[in-house]
Design a binder for this molecule. Sequence first.
Ligand code: IMP
Length: 221
Amino acid sequence: MARTIWFLTGNSGKLKEATHHLQPLGYEVRQLIVEEGEIVEPQVESLEEVAQSKITQALLHLSDDQQSQDMILVEDAGLFVDNLNGFPGVYSSYVLDTIGCKGVLRLLEHLQSEDTIQCAQLRSAQFQAVAALWMDGEILYGNGVCPGWIALESSGEDGFGFDPVFTPNDLDAFGEPLPPGTYGEKSVHGKTFGDISLEEKQAYSHRSRALNDLLRQLPSA
Ligand code: IMP
């Protein structure tokens, strides 16, 4: 029988992505639904600490039977802007809800150049994601990074969060990110995540990379 992985998320897109990665390995991914406000987002220094705290909180929602047989998945991400010392980082949700994409663009207004590569370097940033899986009393962590830069203006209707202001670095023939602003084998041609489809985003996405990193550590079910 397939072992159940309870994914603590309110985001159906994330649920789809995790199912896509984990079902072929023989796991059944189910959404762990808790009432709004029941899971507290801790104000801590790292994404790993956020994920760890959410697993501890999620465990309270599983019965003893479920705790002995099932697994829990949480995933946390953030946008880290180099010239803002990594801000908003673990505060990304709060920053999105308060100053939004517009506010981030305003914070970087003074960092611009006519030269594309120099501009991308000045505005370099990265999405980071941590996928944490609780199994048999232990937590496995997968990490994923998507380097890129903050666009000069918001663009695109697709995606969510900071997608309209984030342009991922192009990739080389092996799928590895190149330096900001340089042209690669796989290219978004300077477009933001908001301008490309979810399928195209998968090749660059921090979340996909974090889940793949986790998968490498997992036994088949
Ligand atoms: P979460 O931990 O995945 O909920 O991410 C925290 C915040 O980071 C979200 O509210 C989004 O603002 C932002 N974020 C995370 N991943 C992405 C992404 O793939 N695109 C755009 N914004 C993202």
